[in-house]
Every structure is written in C-alpha cells, then in structure tokens.
Design a protein around this ligand. Structure first.
Ligand SMILES: *[C@@H]1O[C@H](CO)[C@@H](O)[C@H](O)[C@H]1NC(C)=O
Ligand SMILES: *[C@@H]1O[C@H](CO)[C@@H](O)[C@H](O)[C@H]1NC(C)=O
Ligand SMILES: *[C@@H]1O[C@H](CO)[C@@H](O)[C@H](O)[C@H]1NC(C)=O
Length: 726
C-alpha cells in the first residue's frame, strides 16, 4: 500500500504538469513604450498563445472592444494574423488624446483566468513652435556692456514641454558659439558640433524657466538676465530650443548685439621693445570704445596731467634718463564711462656718476678708501684703475688701499659700465703727505713798463700755507702796489702767482719762491730778464729770418686790408657795439676746486676740457656778481695767508673774474706731477706753464628753465651754476 500511494502521487504530479503546458493561455509578446508624432500612425504589439478567451486592448484600464475593427474607435484597429495570435493595436492619425497607457488582455475562458500584459505608454509628441524672443522690436539688441540685460524667449504648444537655453555666437545660426550662458552648456553643448569648443566660455546668468500648460500642450518661457561684455558686441544672442520631435538638433532664434561700452584701453609701445636713452619712442593708447566719436583722451605722467596731449599717441623725441621708472597713464572716456591703463617705463640708460671726485691725503701706511656711485639701467658695473693703466684694481663702489705706499700717490679712476653704452669715468686723487715740491720756469722775459706774471707751482700735501717770494735774496716790497701775489688752490697743491706791473729796471733779477708745509720745504727760482729786440733776433737763425720778414710784410699788408674792410663795415653797421680789435683783457671762467659734476656733462675723461678758457672783450673789473646766491658756498676757498698783500679768493669779496689770465686747472696726471717746463712761444699768450692758452669749446651748461631736476633713486643731482659778467 505504501507503493501504490507513491504511484498515485507521481501520476497526479505528471497530470498537473501536462495540463498546465497544454492548456494555459498567455501573452507571448506585450506592448512596449512607444512615442509617435501627432498625426502619424503608431503600433503597439500584442502576440498571444494558447488563447481561449477573447483578446482586447485596454486604454488606461478601459476596454476598447474585442472585434478587430474596433468600430467605436475609427482610427484604432487590431492588426495581424489570427494564426500567429497577433493582435497589434494600430492607431492612425494619432492625436494628443491617444497619449495614454495601454495594455493587452486575454479574457478568462474555460476556467482559465484572464491574462494582462504589462502596461505600455504611448507618448504622442507635439512639435512646439520655433523659439522666439518675446520682445524683439528691432533686428539689433541695443544695450550697454557691463550692465544687466534682460531678455525672454518662448517656444509654444509643445508636448512634452520644450526646453530652452541661451548662448552667444559669432553667427546667427549658432555655428560658432563663443559663450554659453548659465547652465546652457551642460544642457545643449553636446548638440553643437563646434570646432572652437576650447575657447568657449560659460558666463554667469540668471535664468528663470516657466512652463505654461495649455490643455494637452505646454509652452515654455525662459527669462534671462546677464551682463554682456564689450567683446560680445556685434555677436548674436541665441535662444536655443530643444524638443523630442527633433531629438538630434536644436532650433534657434537670434538677435544681434549692438553694444555700447566704456573705453577699453591698452598702452603699448610702437617700435622696438627695448626703450633706450636718446632714442625716439612712441607710446600708443589703443582704445576700443563705443561710441567712439565722443572719445576724450588724457595723458598723465606720474599722475600729473599732460595738458597738451590729447591724441592717442605720445611721442618721445628722445628718451631721457628721467623717463626711467616714470609712469604714463592714458585715460579715456566716452558717454558710457572712463577707463585707463598705466605703464611704467623701463628706459635703458648709460652710466652717470652720482658721486663727485675725491681727493685724499694720507701718510704712508695709512688706509685710504675712495667711493664712487653711479646710476644706470641696467645697474652699472664699477671698476677701478689707475690713470694711464688698463689694469683693473678692484670692482665695486669702493676701493680701499689698506696700507698706502709712496708710489701709490696718483690718480685713480672709477669706471661705470653699462653694456652698449658709453662708459662713465670719474677720477680721484691720492696724495701722500710730505714736503712740498716747488717748480717754476727758469726764466721769464719782460719789457720795461709791461706787466709780468711769475707762476710758482707748489705741489704736495698738505697744501702749503706758507709761500714766500724773495728777489735776489731780499724780501719783496709790496708798498709800491706794483707787486701782487695771488694764491690759487690747485689739484696738485697751490699756484702762487706773483704779478708785477709797470716793470722797471730794478725788477729784473732772480726771484725765489719757497714753500714750507710743516713737513718740509722747497724752493725754486726764476730769472726775470729784460726783453730786447736783439734777443728775439738773436734767438732766430739767419736763414729763417728772410722768410719771416717776408711773411711779416705780407701779414702787414693783409692787416691793412682788413682794417680798411672793417672800417667800411663799421660805418655800415653803426649800432654795433662790440669790437674785439682792441681786446686786451681775457676773462676766464673756471671751477677753482676742480670739482664739477660729471653726470651733467658726461665723462670727465672723455671730455677733459670741462674747464673752459675763452677770450671775451673788454672787462670792467670788480663788477658785482649779480646773480650770485652766495651764502651756501661762501668761504669755500679759505684765505691762504694772513698777509694783507696777498689777495684771497673768497668770492664774497670778488667776483670770479678778478684775476688775470692763467692756465686752466690741471686735469691730467702729467700736468700735476711733471716738473718739465716748456719754453714759451714768443708772442703767444701764455698759461701758467708757459704753454699757449687753449682755445676750448664752450661748455653747454643745462638751463634751469628746461632742465629736469628729477631725482633718480633718491639721489638729488647737484645743480651747477656759472656766471660771467662781461
Ligand atoms: C487619416 O487622415 C487622412 C488625412 O487626413 C485621411 O485621409 C484618412 O482617412 C485618415 N484615416 C483614418 C483611419 O481616419
Ligand atoms: C519674464 O520676464 C517678463 C518680462 O520680461 C515677466 O513679465 C515675466 O514674469 C518673467 N517670467 C519669469 C518666469 O521670470
Ligand atoms: C731761496 O729761499 C730759501 C728760503 O728763504 C732759501 O733757503 C734758499 O737758499 C733761497 N735760494 C736761493 C737760490 O736764493
């Protein structure tokens, strides 16, 4: 019985399984979600097997009927072959009313229960109207760059709701988008096949979207507020619409910007990139502005308005050192606003000495330091050398000799170098303290009644305070007033000049100039000899004499002619006041201490003739130095002796011009230290050492009215002055 019950169970299970396989009705293929454009046909699939009951479609749970024609729904029908069990729902000329949820059902029959497919959504798509700007009055959109702009765009009656976005493009069709607004790039960027994706930017924008349901369809409105930029001018603002009815494309409405904006300024140099002293340059103010016609341009130099410059360029005829680090500003304005650009100039300029020449006195074994400062751009390199020697002794602003030796006395030159510019040099002098060295010409000639000047060079440091002149071993008598001694401080020491006027027989003889500076003494003598014509003739060789006489005669003839000519021209130009024909006075203008400002004149070595000698005409003596502003420099030259016979050179007593002609200050090594005395040329005007007076070009001194005393790196450039009264 246990076996039979087991068999029973097995049979029962087998039967049940067979019955299910053979008889149960089912839906082998159900409908899937489908979308259809309005007016087009759509088909929802339904395939059944083992069908016992009737098949019908449910629309939103409502049965449409079981006959294939579905006569109550003229546009609906069930299509397919009965043999295959096909009951596809076909919808012709679909409308938005067809948008619903559909399911396929087999009714219950023969004890079998009904079967329902999974529901499927039929979406009916309605193409919305093309996007349109809401307030598009003109073909262009007039606005001000930098100010908030509001625009609205609408796409109507779509299903589902159309989606809107915004962009700025170079063209009306959106082929070259330059900027996306708000989140538009993320939403629409993939629909734009652009070659300039890398340069596209996203601009902040406030975008408010509104969907308005109008029955079965929806209208979308997008409001945007954003700030257009000047570079958006003449570009297009795009309203972009995207919808399921055109899934791979967008629709666009566009409007062209016509922007006004405050000037945009950029200062640039026209010409070579590096600015160089002495070279011309043109600073250009590149302005982009709308409107442009009411544009005003103002230039500033270091915040100071340049009143005469109103154009968009600023020309520099010649860049100056003072232009370095100066700031130029171009300020422009139009009706919309004002803007400016500033540029700091970087002008390359050659070295300028900022320190002055130094003289140092030292005892042997002492330490001596010279200082030399120079300005330049780029910063100059400074090196030191001895005059006449190429060897570089040191580099840098200072040069120190730790333990001075006698041979180190001399001239030291610091040279400032800026590549590609002329070097600047400044000489310094080192003197070793010791006994003075006195030197004079061995002989001087003078005729009775004439004036003569005996010059005694006293070299050495300390500068000699005590210089004595004697004649034939006797003290000079100054009582007659015909003898005068002038002490002129010189670089090498002191030049003591004995001037004897109105020579008489007693004055001829040997003069002795002796000096004592406390460390020692020295003397030298000069013979003052009476001049005679025979002397001059004897001096010359006989076969030179004839041509000389011939020459003299010719010169005489020429002179006569000249005088005749002059006379005639005088009578013509009656107003002429000056005549150099009778000039017997020399005015000399020189810096007495040898200190000058090389940065004003250029390198002292390159132009050693900084101290000029020039012949002028007719000098009234002791004329006041009218424009001399004395106080600050009075007493620059101390009295050298308390001897009342010796005039001193304080210029609160005398103007510069109160001494008679002499040589210029020594400037070279040779002149300071040489003791050689060349013989004077007969008849030639003589300098201190007997050489003819140099005729030098006049130094071009800067004029206070035009010269810029600008400071460079805090160093105030010294002001030099020269005054001469003739
Ligand atoms: C669908 O519309 C077309 C054109 O309007 C018409 O010719 C056709 O008869 C319509 N079909 C049905 C089934 O209504
Ligand atoms: C869009 O802007 C218009 C005016 O241009 C306004 O009337 C409307 O209310 C705004 N809509 C939204 C959603 O901000
Ligand atoms: C010159 O004067 C000095 C000092 O008075 C004296 O020592 C010297 O011997 C004099 N020389 C001559 C040549 O007279």
């Amino acid at each position: 019985s246990r076996n039979s019950s087991n068999l029973h169970m097995r049979l029962l299970l087998l039967f049940a399984a067979f019955a299910a396989a053979a008889a149960e009705q089912e839906i082998s293929e159900g409908p899937s979600d489908t979308s259809v454009h309005v007016g087009k046909a759509a088909t929802l699939n339904c395939k059944v097997s083992g069908q016992k009951g009737a098949v019908q479609w449910m629309k939103n749970g409502f049965g449409l009927g079981t006959d294939r024609n579905l006569r109550f729904f003229p546009r609906y029908s069930m299509v397919g072959s009965n043999a295959e069990g096909e009951y596809h729902l076909r919808i012709e000329n679909s409308t938005v009313g067809d948008d619903d949820v559909y399911a396929c059902q087999i009714s219950e029959a023969d004890g079998e229960s009904s079967v329902v497919s999974a529901p499927a959504r039929l979406t009916v798509l309605v193409r919305p109207t093309a996007p349109k700007f809401v307030e598009k009055v003109a073909p262009t959109l007039n606005a001000i760059a930098g100010e908030t702009l509001q625009q609205a765009c609408v796409s109507r009656r779509g299903k589902p709701a159309p989606r809107l976005g915004w962009a700025i493009s170079s063209d009306a069709q959106g082929r070259e988008v330059t900027a996306w607004l708000g989140e538009s790039r993320a939403k629409f960027g993939n629909l734009f096949k652009q070659h300039n994706i890398g340069t596209q930017v996203s601009l902040a924008a406030q975008i408010d979207d509104e969907a308005r349901i109008e029955g079965d369809v929806i209208s979308s409105l997008s409001n945007i507020s954003f700030v257009p930029r000047p570079e958006d001018d003449k570009k297009y603002l795009l309203c972009i619409s995207q919808h399921e009815t055109f899934p791979d494309r967008v629709e666009i409405d566009s409007v062209r910007f016509n922007l006004q904006y405050a000037p945009r300024v950029k200062l640039t140099w026209a010409g070579p990139a590096a600015l160089r002293e002495g070279k011309p340059a043109l600073l250009a103010c590149n302005v982009d502005a709308r409107p442009m016609n009411d544009l005003k341009i103002t230039w500033y130099r270091n915040q100071n308005k340049l009143l005469r410059h109103t154009t968009d360029t600023l020309a520099f005829e010649e860049l100056k050192m003072e232009d370095h680090k100066s700031e130029y500003t171009c300020e422009t304005s139009n009706s919309i606003g004002t803007s400016k650009d500033t540029m700091k100039l970087d002008v390359q300029f050659g070295p300028r000495m900022m320190s002055t020449s130094q003289e140092k006195e030292a005892n042997v074994g002492e330490s001596v330091t010279f200082q030399c400062e120079a300005a330049g751009n780029p910063t100059p390199i400074i090196y030191w050398s001895r005059a006449g020697d190429e060897q570089i002794l040191a580099k840098g602003e200072t040069y120190t000799i730790d333990s001075v030796e006698a041979w180190q006395q001399g001239e030291y030159i610091c040279t400032a170098v800026v590549e590609t510019f002329e070097h600047a040099k400044l000489s310094h002098h080192l003197f070793i303290r010791g006994a003075p060295v006195v030197s004079m010409q061995s002989a001087v000639q003078g005729g009775t009644g004439e004036s003569v000047e005996l010059s005694c060079k006293v070299s050495g440091r300390p500068k000699t305070r005590e210089i004595q002149w004697t004649k034939n071993g006797e003290k000079l008598s100054y009582a007659t007033g015909r003898h005068q001694v002038h002490q002129v401080p010189r670089l090498y020491g002191v030049d003591s000049r004995l001037i004897i006027t109105d020579l008489n027989e007693d004055d001829f003889g040997q003069y002795n100039c002796s000096a004592n500076n406390g460390l020692g003494s020295d003397f030298d003598t000069v013979i003052l000899r009476k001049k005679s014509i025979v002397d001059s003739l004897m001096a010359a060789d006989l076969h030179y004499l004839l041509p000389i006489i011939a020459c003299l005669l010719f010169c005489l003839l020429l002179l006569c002619c000249c005088i005749a000519c002059k006379k005639r021209s005088y009578s013509k130009r009656k107003g002429t006041q000056f005549s150099d024909a009778e000039s017997d006075v020399t005015v000399k203008c020189e810096a007495l201490d040898g200190n000058y400002y090389p940065d004003m004149y250029g390198s002292p070595i390159d132009n050693p003739n900084i101290i000029t000698s020039k012949d002028y005409i007719s000098v009234p003596q002791n004329n006041p130095d009218l424009d001399f502003a004395g106080a600050a420099v009075a007493g620059l030259y101390p009295k050298y002796l308390d001897n009342s016979m010796i005039s001193d050179y304080r210029y609160d007593h005398h103007s510069y011009g109160s001494f008679i002609s002499g040589g210029s200050s020594p400037n070279t090594h040779q002149e300071i230290f040489s003791t050689e005395k060349p013989m004077p040329m007969p008849g030639a005007p003589m300098g201190v050492d007997g050489s003819p007076l140099e005729t030098l070009p006049e130094v071009d001194t800067p004029k206070a009215s035009t010269y810029s005393f600008a400071t460079i790196d805090g160093v105030v450039r010294p002001i030099s002055r020269t005054s001469t009264h003739v």
